[in-house]
Write a protein that binds this ligand. Structure first.
Ligand code: DQA
Length: 148
């Protein structure tokens, strides 16, 4: 059976393309979803791509992924740096996790250098813009193959 990978996006990523284009570029979240879906097709994975501005919705989807997904890719956006609840849900998920950020968070303000998500992730991809999602899908496909 085809393996499902959840790709979760946190707050303000719905504004991608319009929001701070000097940092995040002109690519919209719909563009990101299209390239992520294409990468999923090539890798033989079924991508479940979701975005919410709400912390609780993200926690609920992580809990859902625990039952329904083989792996999880997450750009928790601002919650990356604040959310113990998202970290706890990711720990409980017990599936491979890859953290993605469009920007290089280590080049930016100090408060972005700490990530609660990183404590749960197999790996982190940041600074490659929308292409980071494609890289994450490829990396997830490899992780899932080595799992079998
Ligand atoms: C981000 C980086 C975060 O620090 C920021 O709060 C975001 C987007 C990124 O993709 O570069 O909203 O996760």
């Amino acid at each position: 059976m085809i393996q499902v990978v959840y790709v979760l996006n946190g707050p303000n990523l719905n504004l991608l393309g319009a929001r701070e284009p000097d940092i995040y570029g002109h690519t919209t979240l719909e563009d990101v979803e299209n390239s992520t879906q294409q990468a999923g097709n090539s890798a033989g994975l079924s991508i479940h791509f979701l975005q919410s501005n709400e912390e609780g919705a993200l926690v609920n989807w992580i809990q859902e992924a625990r039952d329904k997904a083989a792996g999880l890719i997450i750009n928790a956006a601002g919650y990356t740096h604040t959310s113990v609840a998202i970290m706890d849900a990711l720990i409980a998920a017990e599936i491979p996790i890859i953290e993605v950020h469009l920007s290089n968070i280590y080049k930016r303000e100090d408060f972005r250098h700490h990530s609660y998500v990183s404590k749960t992730a197999t790996g982190v991809i940041c600074g490659f813009g929308a292409h980071g999602y494609v890289m994450a899908v490829d990396a997830m496909a490899k992780l899932l193959k080595s799992d079998q």
